[in-house]
Unconditional design. Structure first.
Length: 250
């Protein structure tokens, strides 16, 4: 395995200081983008659009849980497929969002809106041990919420009285904000080990960008710890523990 060149501590710190100046510029650029994002206009969304949760159908307005802001991740779903065949990318991102108290302290709620039916998809939530609010998007609510976009996106909403407005959305690499694992990988010497990365010659690149980076031995990587703990991945009528599925594309 190739390694970086070895030098003395003074020379090493000098190189780090050069990088730190660039990192600070990058941080300030991110702050400027966030400031611009806060100044975007917004578009009204039908507050009565129905979602299906643990208590049955509820309007979008109720998902705010009384708070003024809401962040939603739209989780892809492969209908009727076993747990190993569910979306590895959505599993990766959703797995990271568990502690919501800090969002709540800023008057922000978080919820997952799943493409699949509630009964089936909520079993997946239970298998994975996710605790964030979980809702299914029925067919009649897809168009009002997605407006021609696709699942796998992150969206932000603002509530004013009985009105709801969408203030921001992003998809693709824009959803990486959900996953601190990627940020930690980026500061490790070998990075994400994905094919697209600009790394020195010989650096390990084990993963493509079509789902393999989120999979291990035939199922989304995070599932294995649940399997090892003895949790059932039976979603109801689908194959159960030990079955492997094909990699889904995200």
């Amino acid at each position: 395995m190739p390694i970086p060149p070895v030098t003395d501590r003074v020379s090493w710190q000098s190189k780090l200081d050069e990088l730190l100046a660039k990192e600070k510029a990058h941080t300030r650029a991110g702050d400027a983008l966030a400031a611009e994002r806060r100044r975007l206009p917004m578009v009204e969304v039908d507050a009565s659009v129905k979602l299906v949760g643990a208590r049955g159908p509820v309007p979008l307005l109720e998902v705010f849980e009384g708070r003024s802001q809401l962040i939603v991740y739209f989780h892809m779903w492969h209908l009727g497929k076993a747990a190993p065949e569910q979306c590895e990318g959505c599993t990766f991102f959703t797995t990271h969002v568990q502690e919501l108290s800090y969002l709540h302290s800023r008057d922000i709620s978080f919820a997952t809106f799943c493409e699949g039916p509630y009964e089936e998809s909520s079993r997946y939530r239970e298998f994975m041990g996710w605790t964030q609010p979980w809702y299914s998007v029925p067919e009649g609510s897809v168009d009002p919420l997605l407006a021609g976009r696709g699942f796998g996106m992150l969206a932000c909403y603002l509530r004013r009285g009985d009105q709801v407005f969408e203030t921001y959305w992003s998809t693709g690499r824009g959803t990486e904000v959900m996953a601190p694992t990627y940020g930690l990988m980026d500061i490790a010497v070998y990075g994400r080990q994905e094919n697209w990365e600009d790394s020195p010659a010989g650096w390990p690149k084990q993963f493509d960008e079509r789902g393999a980076q989120f999979r291990k031995d035939g199922r989304p990587t995070a599932q294995w710890e649940r399997i090892a703990a003895g949790k059932s991945d039976d979603l109801g009528g689908a194959p159960t523990i030990g079955q492997s599925g094909a990699c889904c594309q995200k």
